[in-house]
Design a protein around this ligand. Structure first.
Ligand code: PA5
Length: 445
C-alpha cells in the first residue's frame, strides 16, 4: 500500500493548520461524490477503477494480442492526456534497455503525435521503413492537429508498407463514440476502436483504453493496474476519515503550503523510470489547477541526476518551493558494489553494499539538506515498481487533484487556456473557418 508522510512540512506549516482543512475537504469530497461542484460533467474517473468490467479488460487484452502478434513496433499517437498516462506506466515498468536488444518479448513502443517536429517525424518514418509496425491513434476530440498530422503520415506508411488489409488489423483507434475525424476515419476504414467516455477528461483518462490498450500491448498486467487503482479508490473514499485518507492529507497540505507562499511544487524521484510519471503528474496538476490567475506551478526533477544541475537552486534559490518525493521502497533487482583491491576510486567503503542502499542514503541526505535549506518536504512511499503499486499511485494523484482543485476554488476539470495557442496557430495557417482571425493576426505581425 502506498503511504504519505508530511512530517517534514511541519517546520513550515503546523499540523493544526493541515487538520483545519477537514471540513473543506469533506465538502470537496461530497461535491465530487454528488456531482455538485464545478466541472461536474467530467467526473467519470471518480469510480472508474471499481467499475471496469472483466469483459472490457478481456476485449482490450484481445486487441493488444493482435498488435503483439503482428507488430515489432507499435506507435502510440496522442498528446497530453492522450499519451502521457500510457507512457508513464510503460516506462515505469519496462526494462530500461530491452528496446535495444535483439530478442524482444513485446513490440517496441514509440510515441508520436505529441510534437510537430519535422525532424522527429522524418526520422520516425525512416526508422519504420523496414519494420512491421502498427498504430494506436488516440484522440478524444479526434481533431488535435499534432496527433492528426502524425497519424496521417503513419496511416499512409502503414498501408503502403503492409497493405490495406494488414493495416486494418494493426491500426486501432481510441476516440469519441460519435464525433471527430478519428471516429469518422475508424468507422470508414473499419478499424477496431475503443471509446473514451464523454465524462472522462484527457488527463484523467489513463484507466480508460487511452492508457490500458498501449499498456497491455507493452505486455503489462492491466488487471493488476486497475486492481491497485480500485484499492486506492477505497482508501481515498469519501467515507474514510480525513486523518487516514492520503488524498485528503496531500490535497490539504499542498494547499496550506501554497497559502504560505510556496508557489512551486517539485515532484522528485530517485528512480529514472519514474520520469514520465512526473510528466503525467505535471499535466494532471498544471492543467487542473493553473487557472483564474492562481495555482501551484508543478515542476519535476529526477534525482540524483538533477542534484547536479537543479540541486543548487533547490538548496539556496528563492524560498517559494516545496518538494514531494516519490520513494520506491524495494527495487526489483539486486546489485552490490564490488570490492576492489587497488581501491583507486576510494569506493571500498561502499563495497558489499547494495546500489539501492547508496541511493536511499542520497535520498535521505537530500531530504535533510533541503529541509534545512527551507524546502518543506512530503514523501510518498510506493512498495515497488509493479502494476498494482503504479495503479495505486495514479488514482491517489487523481483523487487528490480533484479535492485540491476544489480547495483552491477552481474548476479542476476544464482547460480553457489551452485554446489560445490553437486559435492563433489556425489563424496563421489559414485554416478554413478562421478567416476573420487570420486577418486580425496578420495585422498584428
Ligand atoms: O487533458 C486534456 O484534455 C488534454 O491534454 C488532451 O488530452 C490533449 O489536448 C489531447 O486531446 P485529444 O485527446 O482530444 O486529442
Amino acid at each position: 500500500m502506498i503511504s504519505l508522510n508530511i512530517e517534514k512540512t511541519f517546520g513550515f506549516i503546523s499540523k493544526e493548520s493541515v487538520s483545519a482543512y477537514e471540513a473543506q475537504v469533506k465538502a470537496a469530497q461530497e461535491a465530487l461524490e454528488n456531482g455538485t461542484g464545478k466541472g461536474n460533467d467530467f467526473l467519470g474517473w471518480l469510480h472508474l477503477p471499481s467499475s471496469i468490467s472483466k469483459e472490457h479488460l478481456a476485449d482490450l487484452k484481445a486487441t493488444a494480442q493482435v498488435l503483439r502478434d503482428n507488430c515489432e513496433v507499435v506507435i502510440v499517437a496522442g498528446i497530453g492526456g492522450s499519451y502521457l498516462g500510457a507512457r508513464a506506466v510503460i516506462e515505469a515498468l519496462s526494462n530500461s534497455f530491452t528496446w535495444l536488444q535483439e530478442k524482444k518479448t513485446a513490440p517496441v513502443m514509440i510515441y508520436a503525435g505529441h510534437n510537430i517536429g519535422e525532424d522527429y517525424l522524418y526520422e520516425l518514418t525512416e526508422f519504420l521503413k523496414d519494420k512491421k509496425f502498427g498504430v494506436i491513434n488516440i484522440s478524444k476530440s479526434g481533431t488535435t492537429t499534432e496527433t492528426a498530422l502524425a497519424f496521417r503520415l503513419l496511416k499512409k506508411q502503414c498501408e503502403d508498407q503492409r497493405g490495406k488489409e494488414m493495416a486494418k488489423k494493426v491500426i486501432v483507434a481510441v476516440t469519441d463514440a460519435k464525433k471527430g475525424a478519428a471516429r469518422v476515419t475508424a468507422d470508414k476504414e473499419g478499424y477496431k476502436s475503443f471509446i473514451i467516455p464523454d465524462n472522462v477528461g484527457g488527463r484523467f483518462s489513463v484507466l480508460t483504453p487511452v492508457g490500458l490498450l498501449p499498456i497491455a500491448v507493452a505486455g503489462f498486467d492491466i488487471e493488476q493496474l486497475v486492481s491497485g487503482a480500485a484499492n486506492m479508490e477505497k482508501a481515498c473514499g469519501a467515507d474514510v476519515p480525513f486523518a487516514e485518507n492520503p488524498a485528503a492529507i496531500y490535497a490539504a497540505t499542498r494547499n496550506e503550503l501554497y497559502k504560505n507562499g510556496k508557489k512551486i511544487e517539485i515532484l522528485v524521484n530517485f528512480c529514472p523510470k519514474l520520469h514520465y510519471v512526473s510528466e503525467w503528474w505535471k499535466q494532471l496538476y498544471g492543467e487542473s489547477e493553473g487557472k483564474d490567475n492562481k495555482g501551484i506551478f508543478p515542476a519535476a526533477v529526477d534525482f540524483s541526476t538533477d542534484l547536479h544541475s537543479m540541486g543548487q537552486w533547490i538548496q539556496e534559490g528563492e524560498r517559494t518551493i516545496f518538494e514531494t518525493v516519490i520513494s520506491v521502497d524495494k527495487v526489483n533487482h539486486k546489485l552490490e558494489v564490488p570490492s576492489d583491491e587497488a581501491n583507486l576510486d576510494g569506493l571500498n567503503f561502499l563495497a558489499g553494499k547494495r546500489v539501492d542502499e547508496v541511493n536511499k542514503m542520497a535520498e535521505l541526505g537530500t531530504q535533510l539538506a533541503h529541509v534545512d535549506g527551507g524546502v518543506p518536504n512530503m514523501r510518498i512511499v510506493i512498495p515497488e515498481l509493479s502494476e498494482y503499486s503504479i495503479g495505486q499511485l495514479l488514482y491517489f494523484f487523481e483523487k487528490a487533484c480533484g479535492i485540491s482543485g476544489y480547495l483552491l476554488g477552481v474548476n479542476p476539470f476544464n482547460q480553457p487556456g489551452v485554446e489560445a495557442y490553437k486559435k492563433n496557430m489556425f489563424a496563421l495557417l489559414n485554416k478554413p473557418g478562421y478567416e476573420e482571425e487570420s486577418k486580425a493576426i496578420q495585422a498584428r505581425l
